[in-house]
Ligand binder design. Structure first.
Ligand code: GLV
Length: 319
């Protein structure tokens, strides 16, 4: 029996699956586990099942000890994990791709609709109790049909967002490290372009690339200025890909028309400049937040941990 430490609450089915084979110590406090508590609990762990709120760095790996074999992140993004530090210690790191693709693309598209059709503003107006009535020019937004979606990072979630956009009658361009499967590109009518062209031609720019040193502030003041003044920026990937300060300025000064965010630079804090603006829709990192998806993520993380503990290749190793 190995010792498995789970750093936060995950669906019972995954805990039961782990418990059937191993000794499981799962944090189930109402708040995120404190760093001190985490460092204490991981001591002697053979596997850590981590949430994206926990930083898995050299200090934590060393606190666990040399027997640690696997860090199974319950997220597709793994910027919370120091992967080189894991590799140096021969610890396998895994993530949960695939199972959250549709849920996240749904939220990206939800934000596209919220931003372009001013849904948050309408909701806030009704709840404020202010008088309102239908009017020809009341809360007019922008249509999506015939417009161009620019997908930054055309992995699974980018492609799923593009599929939704196509169903809404949008044209697709994308920027990605590599060309996507030609059949999928043809089906979506998607054209690969560089970031400069994408920013210049898109009516909605949706960010789906992973976060790392290469994508820190990928969208900053210069990129926002290169977008159409009628365009919208959507981010469901990771906050620091967008320079939030520059975004708040661009939104306030009409450099772009609006934005929709599910992720933030200093999560869970939100830039105060964004909070006071009406032309940005703000969600609290809900990308994968469905019962089905979270269960799928936790089960995949459990499978990853179990595979490594039994000496097998996990289903979703981080490359
Ligand atoms: C959520 O943000 C994830 O990376 O899974």
């Amino acid at each position: 029996m190995s010792r498995v430490v789970v750093t936060g609450r995950i669906p019972d089915a995954a805990i039961e699956k782990l418990r059937a084979e191993h000794d499981v110590d799962a944090w189930d406090g109402p708040e995120t586990i404190s760093r001190d508590e985490l460092l204490r609990r991981v001591a002697g762990a053979d596997a850590i099942v981590s949430l994206l709120t926990e930083r898995v760095d050299a200090e934590l790996l060393d606190a666990a000890g040399p027997q640690l074999k696997v860090v199974a992140n319950v997220a597709v993004g793994y910027d919370n994990i120091d992967v080189p530090a894991c590799s140096e210690r021969s610890i396998v790191a895994t993530n949960t791709p695939g199972v959250l693709t549709d849920a996240t693309a749904d939220i990206a598209f939800g934000l596209i609709l919220m931003a372009t059709r001013r849904l948050g503003e309408g909701e806030r107006l009704i709840r404020s109790g202010q008088a309102w009535k239908w009017g020809m020019y009341f809360l007019l937004g922008s249509s999506l049909q015939g417009k161009t979606l620019g997908v930054v990072g055309m992995g699974g979630i980018g492609q799923a967002t593009a599929r939704r956009a196509k169903a809404f009658g949008m044209e697709i361009v994308y920027q990605s490290r590599s060309e996507i499967d030609p059949t999928i590109a043809a089906d979506l009518g998607a054209r690969r372009v560089d970031l400069d062209e994408l920013l210049a031609v898109s009516d909605v720019v949706s960010v789906h690339c992973p976060y790392g040193p290469a994508t820190h502030h990928l969208i900053g003041a210069e990129q926002l200025a290169a977008m159409k003044s009628s365009a919208f920026l959507i981010n469901t990937a990771r906050g620091p890909i967008v320079d939030e300060d520059a975004l708040a300025t661009a939104l306030r000064e009409g450099v772009i028309a609006g934005a929709g965010l599910d992720v933030y630079e200093k999560e869970p804090s939100v830039h105060p400049g964004l909070l006071e603006l009406d032309n940005v829709a703000l969600l609290p990192h809900l990308g994968s937040a469905t019962v089905e998806t979270r269960t799928g993520m936790a089960m995949l993380a459990a499978d990853n941990a179990l595979a490594v503990l039994s000496g097998e290749r996990p289903p979703a190793p981080i490359a």
